[in-house]
Design a protein around this ligand. Structure first.
Ligand SMILES: Cc1cc2nc3c(=O)[nH]c(=O)nc-3n(C[C@H](O)[C@H](O)[C@H](O)COP(=O)(O)OP(=O)(O)OC[C@H]3O[C@@H](n4cnc5c(N)ncnc54)[C@H](O)[C@@H]3O)c2cc1C
Length: 433
């Protein structure tokens, strides 16, 4: 029996959209040289590779499985500002000015994705404007204050929806109010990965799939990355292995927790779905690991995500679990049938912020984007590329968030317990109305 990891895409909706035969790129089978070797073909790696190659650097990217095979090609497709760690906790750690700069960078990340789709002609990514952030309890004036603060501090406009205004978008007894962000958007993330990979390749990047980096060794002239059948000599190496980080770089391995989250897609039922969700904006809520969902396939299906767990194997009743949550929010969708369910791994640091920087050995890393990676991989990949090009040291904005040890199995257990505690608190707040 072979122990080689599968190089097939998981059965996610986006793969079906892309067509069964996304042509594979050949594994590396020789010794090559590059200015920069990128390890990992998710959006952090692809963004950096594209920017570096566009600036004339010779880039080689190795991906253990397929481009976008990890979280980047199987996520909810929400592209919005911010990080997994809330603004106030970021400000507590770095102070108000640095927190503001980090927020602006998170908006820039979202804008980078939008600009890439437009300028590189990645039409298959099908961006659709609008994300509604609902709350399932009465927040009083809190959302309105937040709207005013975003406009005042950042010139970032969002609209406040009260219950009556929200009813024009959703028919659910659960939500009290929402903020509607029409700068944010949702899209097909795998199509974006494949489009960006194509653009990186057109700019000169060599991409090898089914090519895990097995070893990275530093020497006087640079680095050697060893793969099963080849070797890359490079002046710089960037590791972007996300929630699939293995023991390749021990300092990264000990500093992240792989956390699973789930997505399902319904069967076609446009009329039934329209009785519940009558907006083309995507919808999320402010609970810890709350629901995130949106219409796809021209409104014929719902894509619904939610839940997190430290158990990285798939629970058997994944679909039922998500379906129960959906029917709780929209009782009229109780009869909506599920087509496909999948899971993916996110990478979380203890501090919940991305880990972007350089190890003492000189190795670059750009990882731990948590559940907020669509904008943050873009700004992370961009600032690392700028650093390698000698254009900026903006990556240092992330230096306060280092590679703290996550605590191994005890850390995993603590995260799961914290999640259950937050879930109980969210449910209590919701019951109070
Ligand atoms: C189900 C799900 C839903 C989500 N929804 C959203 C959302 O709606 N909005 C949002 O902003 N974020 C969302 N996220 C989070 C977001 O997808 C991630 O934060 C982001 O994609 C991480 O990108 P990455 O490039 O760091 O990692 P990945 O995309 O996971 O890529 C890492 C790659 O590295 C490769 N690799 C690992 N080890 C090696 C090695 N040794 N050699 C070579 N290659 C290797 C892996 O095969 C993998 O392809 C979601 C995540 C999941 C799982």
């Amino acid at each position: 029996m072979s122990t080689k990891p599968s190089t097939e895409y998981a059965d996610v909706w986006y793969c079906r959209q892309a067509g069964a035969d996304v042509p594979p790129r050949p594994p590396l089978q020789s010794r090559i040289e590059a200015d920069v070797c990128v390890v990992g073909g998710g959006l952090a790696g692809l963004t950096a590779a594209h920017h570096l190659a566009s600036a004339g650097r010779k880039v080689a990217l190795v991906e253990a499985r397929r481009i976008g095979w990890g979280a980047s090609g199987r996520n909810g497709g929400f592209v919005s500002p911010g990080y997994s760690l809330g603004y106030d906790r970021i400000a507590d750690r770095v102070g108000p000015d640095a927190a503001k700069e980090l927020f602006r960078m998170s908006v820039e990340g979202m804008q980078i994705v939008a600009a890439n789709i437009r300028e590189l002609g990645i039409t298959a990514a099908a961006p659709c404007p609008g994300i509604l952030g609902g709350v399932r309890y009465d927040p009083g004036r809190r959302l309105m204050d937040h709207r005013d603060w975003l406009a005042r501090e950042f010139g970032y406009e969002v609209a406040h929806l009260d219950r009556a205004a929200l009813a024009e978008h959703l028919t659910s007894p659960r939500y009290h109010q929402a903020l509607h962000d029409r700068n944010a958007f949702h899209f097909d993330p795998l199509a974006y990965c494949l489009g960006l990979a194509g653009a990186a390749q057109a700019a000169g990047t060599t991409i090898h799939e089914a090519t895990p980096a097995d070893r990275i060794e530093g020497g006087p002239g640079g680095w050697t990355v060893t793969t099963p059948q080849g070797r890359i000599s490079a002046r710089e190496v960037l590791v972007t292995t996300g929630g699939y980080t293995d023991r390749l770089v021990p300092a990264l391995h000990r500093a992240f927790l792989p956390i699973a989250t789930y997505v399902m897609i319904s069967r076609e039922a446009p009329d039934l779905i329209a009785s519940a969700i009558h907006t083309r904006s995507a919808i999320g809520d402010d609970r810890r690991a709350g629901d995130y969902y949106r219409l796809v396939d021209n409104g014929k299906r719902v894509l619904w995500g939610g839940k997190i767990t430290t158990r990285t194997s798939e629970p058997r009743d994944l679909g039922k679990l998500l379906h129960r949550t959906m029917a709780d929010t929209y009782p009229q969708l109780a009869g909506l049938e599920i087509d496909t369910v999948w899971t993916g791994l996110m990478s979380y640091a203890r501090h919940l912020m991305p880990q972007i920087g350089k190890l003492p050995s000189g190795l670059w890393h750009c990882t731990a984007f948590g559940g907020h990676g669509m904008n943050t991989t873009a700004i992370g990949g961009r600032v690392i590329a700028e650093a390698i090009l000698g254009q900026s040291d903006r990556w240092r904005a992330f230096s306060p968030f280092g590679l703290d040890w996550t605590g191994g199995y005890a850390g995993m257990a603590a995260v799961q317990l914290t999640y259950w505690r937050y879930q109980a608190m969210d449910a209590w707040r919701e019951r109070r109305g």
